[in-house]
Ligand binder design. Structure first.
Ligand code: 5GP
Length: 201
């Protein structure tokens, strides 16, 4: 059986990546999503176990101690981490899985699983990014400023990624993302078993 592919997705808050990913999963429902464990408070529009598992700082530190995380980061006073087991089992079972992490998380995963494909979601401009952060209305001005300065630092690291998707027109951005996945599945290293089958090996 071919192994599953790991897609790493990053993009600053306000890049519209959540909406983009919701639409992408409608097009590609076969791709699994890695649910992060995080310690920040749940927002009104979130549900537990959908994108995140909301856990306490103590529970998170227990996961670190037990080596249960593929990577983790401390960001805006909270821990964010990718549980290791679901990602590894998906890949081993031949399922594709998408992990949404910040740039530091992506760099760590790339080191341990270098055969992954990484995609960076860009806003069309800094003004659009600012407007989206303000529109959200869920955070204080101070937190928004903190997120904006972190966002600029993240965009500087877009060069580390295999692909970028510019999220200006949502439909086009989703189509671009789906194209990346489609092409990734045509890679020779994804089809070794198939080639060997034709060769009767
Ligand atoms: P938010 O609090 O807005 O949901 O997410 C803040 C940031 O945390 C985003 O940049 C998001 O990509 C990142 N993030 C979400 N889950 C993880 C994770 O499991 N690990 C890391 N390193 N970053 C994450």
């Amino acid at each position: 059986m071919n192994k599953g592919r790991l897609f790493i997705v990053s993009g600053p808050s306000g890049s519209g990546k959540d909406t983009l990913l919701v639409e992408l999963f409608k097009l590609c429902p076969e791709i699994k999503f890695s649910i992060s464990s995080i310690t920040r408070k749940m927002r009104d529009n979130e549900l537990p176990g959908e994108k995140y598992n909301f856990i306490s700082k103590e529970e998170f530190e227990e996961m670190i101690k037990n080596d249960q995380l593929l990577e983790y980061n401390y960001f805006a006073d909270n821990y964010y981490g990718t549980p290791k087991e679901p990602v590894i089992s998906a890949i081993e079972n031949g399922d594709d899985i998408l992990v949404e992490v910040d740039v530091n998380g992506a760099a760590k995963i790339r080191k341990s699983l270098p055969e992954c494909t990484s995609i960076f979601i860009l806003p069309p401009s800094i003004d659009a990014l600012k407007a989206r952060l303000l529109c959200r209305g869920t955070e204080s001005e101070d937190k928004i400023r903190q997120r904006l300065s972190y966002a600029l630092g993240e965009i500087e690291r877009a060069f580390e990624y295999d692909y970028v998707v510019i999220n200006d027109d949502l439909d086009k951005a989703v189509a671009d993302f789906a194209d990346i996945i489609r092409l990734d599945r045509l890679r020779t290293d994804r089809n070794i078993q198939f080639i060997n089958k034709i060769l009767n090996k």
